[in-house]
Design a binder for this molecule. Structure first.
Ligand code: UDP
Length: 479
């Protein structure tokens, strides 16, 4: 049987690695002829790779470290820092790919019976498309965010032809084909206003057109407008593969922390608890935490609140040691029994719990897909990356989110100074009450989307079928 090897180059960072590994597992389950090697890029700070991400069927190859770009680039443009860091791994990626085939030879498998069928790169790793082209291997992009945001990226070359420059915060609403509504500048991601960040994304978007296809972690029923807009003949073929979720949960969290949270949830009434969690990098200063505490207390609702401490550079935030130090005096005592504060939460397991009825979220794409899968409506509180435009999509485009803010923004890793923009306790209280209102039509819509998301990945569903088509393409049945 002719075997086909795929080499994946994901971007470092939990939000990218989890869905990439889930996608790799889907492919392996689809066709026994496929084998997959994942090339792991290390960040100069933080763990190499979250120990909970892995799979015995997949080979992980850790690339040697490189000289990172100058640290001050992070505060200028984290996107450029990240893209440049990844690009400097090109020689290592080339060497690892060449080795991949050779090592199959060494293992006694004739390279004649293993074909390198493609390289699958993260959106931030588009520079590796050059490596694939040099080696004459087909390349695919694995896009860890949604189709609408992919449409925004693919619109950048058109924007650039028209204006020759990055966006401006005072620009009028933009017409972007992947959004049905005009998009206000306040909902655009920060990188489009920053020359370095904008140029990096423009470059990524232009490279995408050299690939055989773009695989998106979404499903047809969620983003019909955006997906239709991508059928205009300019984009390579689009494959919907989502939702790609790690439903087995977190094996990296200490058992006692996980049990403390889950046991507490077990004692709460059905659909009574609001989860507040802001992704792998979300943090707030004490002024903002105070507003949140007051808003939650006044809302009268039960809550599970993940609070973490900002770290210098791009390092992953740490858990807080003493919550009394960062929260208003007496707060923890007053909410005792109806509220719990914690660090990292096993988010998937929490969202799956019947006690959880709402989610105040930073609108990272994985969090959005997880909340939809479990039918838990979100309140939108975007912070960094493409979260503002995700929040806009959830509220304005799809009617699947309750608006708190669409325009809140800050860098996940700034100078550690105070947050300039503060979301008030009144706004938080209002949004939480609205979210937890059992008659809110958003709840019903989210419940319907939960069913659709499960159907999409089941046998014969839209994403299932799309992956079958992709595998055919990869195996060369459909050149
Ligand atoms: N996550 C978690 N516990 C936390 C924070 C995050 O399990 O306390 C998981 C969450 O379930 C999701 C991922 O980390 O799978 C975050 O990805 P997302 O795209 O939502 O946001 P990002 O971290 O990329 O900003």
């Amino acid at each position: 049987m002719m075997k086909a090897e795929l080499v994946f180059v994901p971007a470092p960072g939990r939000g990218h690695l989890v869905s990439t590994v889930e996608f790799a597992k889907r492919l392996l389950n689809r066709d026994q002829r496929l084998s997959i090697t994942v090339l792991v890029i290390r960040l100069p700070f933080g763990p190499v790779m979250d120990s909970s991400i892995g799979d015995s069927q997949i080979r992980f190859v850790y690339l040697p470290p490189v000289q990172p770009p100058p640290l001050d680039l992070i505060s200028k443009s984290p996107e450029k820092y990240f893209s440049d860091l990844i690009e400097s791994h090109k020689p290592h990626v080339r060497a690892a790919i060449t080795d991949c085939v050779l090592s199959a030879d060494r293992a006694g498998v004739s390279s004649n019976s293993v074909r390198l069928a493609g390289i699958v790169v993260d959106l931030f790793c588009s520079s590796m498309i050059d490596v694939a082209n040099e080696l004459g291997i087909p390349s695919y992009v694995f896009f860890t965010s949604g189709a609408a945001f992919l449409g925004l990226m693919l619109h950048l070359p058109t924007h650039h032809n028209q204006t020759g420059a990055e966006f401006n915060e005072s620009d009028p609403d933009s017409i972007i084909p992947s959004y049905a509504n005009p998009v206000p500048a306040t909902a655009l991601p920060s990188f489009v206003f920053n020359k370095d960040g904008y140029t990096s994304f423009l470059k990524h978007a232009m490279k995408f057109s050299e690939t055989r296809g773009i695989i998106v972690n979404t499903f047809a029923e969620l983003e019909p407008h955006a997906l239709n807009s991508l059928l205009d003949g300019h984009a390579p073929p689009i494959y919907t593969a989502g939702p790609l979720l790690d439903l087995e949960g977190q094996k990296n969290l200490p058992r006692s922390d996980r049990d403390r949270i889950m046991n507490w949830l077990d004692g709460q009434p059905s659909l009574s608890v609001v989860l507040l969690c802001f992704g792998s990098m979300g943090t707030f200063d004490t002024t903002q935490l105070t507003e949140m505490a007051v808003g939650l207390e006044r809302s009268g609702h039960r809550f599970l609140w993940s609070i973490r401490r900002r770290q210098p550079t791009m390092a992953v935030p740490e858990d807080v040691v003493d919550y009394e130090e960062v929260l208003p005096a007496g707060f923890l005592k007053r909410v005792d029994g109806r509220g719990m504060v914690c660090g990292w939460v096993p988010q998937v397991e929490v969202l799956a719990h019947e006690a959880v009825g709402g989610f105040v979220s930073h609108c990272g794409w994985n969090s959005i897909l997880e909340s939809l899968w479990f039918g838990v409506p979100v309140v939108t509180w975007p912070i960094y990356a493409e979260q503002q435009i995700n929040a806009f999509e959830m509220v304005r485009e799809l009617g699947l989110g309750v608006e708190l803010r669409l325009d809140y923004r800050k860098q996940a890793h700034g100078d550690g100074g105070g947050d300039v923009d503060v979301v008030t306790a009144e706004d938080i209280e209002r949004a939480v009450r609205c979210l937890m209102d059992g008659d809110n039509p958003v709840r019903k819509k989210v419940g319907e989307m939960a069913e659709k998301s499960r159907k999409a990945v089941a046998d014969g569903g839209s994403s299932f079928t799309s992956i079958v088509r992709l595998v055919e393409d990869m195996l060369g049945n459909n050149p």
